[in-house]
Write a protein that binds this ligand. Sequence first.
Ligand SMILES: [Zn+2]
Length: 378
Amino acid sequence: MTERKERWVGFVFDDRYLAHNTGLALIEETDNYPFAEPVPHVSDPALIGRAKQLIDLAGISDYMVRIPAYEASDEALLAYHTQSYLDHVRDIARQGGDTGQGAPIGRGGDRIARLTAGGAMASVDAVITGEVGSAYALVRPPGHHAMADRGMGFCVFNNAVIAARHAQRAHGFEKVLILDWDVHHGNGTQDAFYADPTVLFISLHQDDLYPVGWGNREDCGEGAGKGFTVNIPLPAGTGSQGYLEAFARLVLPIARQFQPNLIIISAGQDASVMDPLARMALTTASYRDMTTMMMDVASETCGGRIVVTQEGGYAPAYAPYCSAAIAEMLVGAREAITPFADPYGPRATSMPAATTLGLDAERAIEEAIHKQRSYWSV
Ligand SMILES: [Zn+2]
């Protein structure tokens, strides 16, 4: 226990997240027809439960400081969401139901969603005050699809947006970088800061997957925010090499030029090779690499301050390994950590996309670079 505190990593996990009730059906149905057995909702909170178990069993959490989540207040949520939406979520939580477009909560779910946004805020507090050097908010429900006036795509409140605004308003941290590597586009986050040059939003996602029509490379912000939205759509099948190339040529140079005071990562591990909702080919090694690269940028630009907030990641057995890999990188190499075998590692890394950069991925990256040259030296 001789490490300096800034090397410690905050960890937000609240048992109440496991009570986030998505119901059974992914789309509207109310029963399992025509199947006899219930098919679990892909965003079942058991996913983060399993990630938590791995992080604990490997000994990673021994090097993390538990940060208690608190419920985000109306005032905090109103930094992005509308009052009528907050009222709507309260109403829906009386019986359970959809808060918008495919973002269900169970009875009492308003409180869980507030604890989630508040978990991201508490991470920001702990990192900015120096209680810890970085933090991982392993939360449910996710946030990056949530719009000001409605839930979307499993997301109720936009945790990353609320956390970024909290850093600015409560702590005076002006410039925030939000890097969104969830395989889907962070439409809500983009919307919140589209005309705002103080928050740089960079998204890597599978091209036009969800929500359809969002995340085009041409969408670069508007007004004073022009250039501060960076969309990097990648073709289905992109693996480690494609992501590494996109990081090296776009994400890292742009992040360095922006010089953030704080980095928030919207970390969805649904670009994994095992994910049922997308068709990318990342592995635990990819998540290790991406985390390390962002830690390097953070130490160069903002004293290492990173808040990772959990978004998607739906491979029941594999996504937890990817999340644990991120936590493992955050705490750094520690002898006491039990290396856990990635059960799909050899198979995943033998896929061509893991080792070669496909022509379509290369073209997508070139086109994104071409677009970004209007705003950044890339
Ligand atoms: Zn996603």
